[in-house]
Design a protein around this ligand. Structure first.
Ligand code: OAD
Length: 236
């Protein structure tokens, strides 16, 4: 821990990749662990463009349920520690696979949402985007002014990541210090940022309650809940 605290203090640039595990202690279910969403639901029924074309109402009901859960959740000490880390860093990027917006609410500024944002709604016909922060949308599926059906502004399986955001993530990953936090590191291309950072010479630190496929390539592994470990990295 002491060594890593020193790395945090001396790094000229810090990049962080987060996944669902950082929001676990805010009460938001992860995807693959015990109680994970993909243990109960099938991604091909709910998180693909084909599922949406087949049954937009069903897909929306699932997203609307998740919006309700997230709206009731609060950022946890892990999120707040990352906001503090950004304030103390000269150069800082927070790359997140999460769509929940809890990093924004905790106060981070330079957030790269590589899988989109559950609070953004995009017209499937004309592409117009808008922010809709209602915990529940009264009529599903919502409609755009153009008459088209709107969809959640998230990345589904089989879709490309937003190109501009992804380009910035690839630029930011080769920092002095790279944290990979609360992600199973199995979904690409996001998981590939860990190897990219490592091969560019970053010190890589993993924070996770369990081992992952990237555990073998990191410089240090901190095993435990992110909400407990992260605040400790800023002490002293
Ligand atoms: P996963 O559910 O795959 O993995 C969550 C990770 O967090 C696991 O490695 C857990 O061990 C770890 N974890 C759980 N609780 C934790 C805690 N309190 N502190 C630290 N770690 C904890 O979630 P992601 O890796 O985010 O994509 O999943 C990646 C992508 O797959 C998501 O963005 C989503 C999903 O399908 C799309 O929807 C495109």
């Amino acid at each position: 821990m002491d060594g890593i605290r020193e790395w945090v203090g001396s790094a000229r640039s810090v990049a962080v990749l987060t996944g669902a595990g950082i929001s676990a202690e805010s009460g938001i279910p992860t995807f693959r662990g015990p109680g994970g969403l993909w243990r109960t639901y099938r991604p091909e029924d709910l998180a693909t463009p084909q599922a949406f074309s087949r049954d937009p109402k069903l897909v929306w009901e699932w997203y609307d349920w998740r919006r309700g859960l997230i709206a009731r959740a609060q950022p946890n000490p892990g999120h707040f520690a990352l906001a503090e880390m950004e304030r103390r860093s000269k150069k800082f990027a927070l790359i997140t696979q999460n769509v929940d917006g809890l990093h924004d609410r905790a106060g981070n500024r330079n957030i790269l949402k590589v899988h989109g944002d559950i609070w953004v709604v995009r017209c499937a016909a004309c592409g117009r985007e808008r922010v809709d922060e209602r915990a529940s949308i009264p009529e599903l599926p919502p409609r755009c002014a153009c008459g088209g059906i709107e969809r959640p502004g998230v990345v589904w399986f089989g879709e490309s990541l937003p190109a501009d955001v992804w380009a910035r993530a690839e630029q930011a990953a080769p920092a002095d210090l790279f944290f990979v936090i609360g992600t199973s590191a199995v979904v690409y291309p996001a998981a590939g940022l860990v190897a990219l950072a490592k091969s560019a010479g970053a010190k890589v630190v993993e924070i996770n309650i369990a081992e992952t496929p990237v555990s073998g390539l990191v410089d240090a592994s901190l095993r435990g809940p992110a909400a407990e470990i992260l605040p400790g990295l800023l002490d002293g």
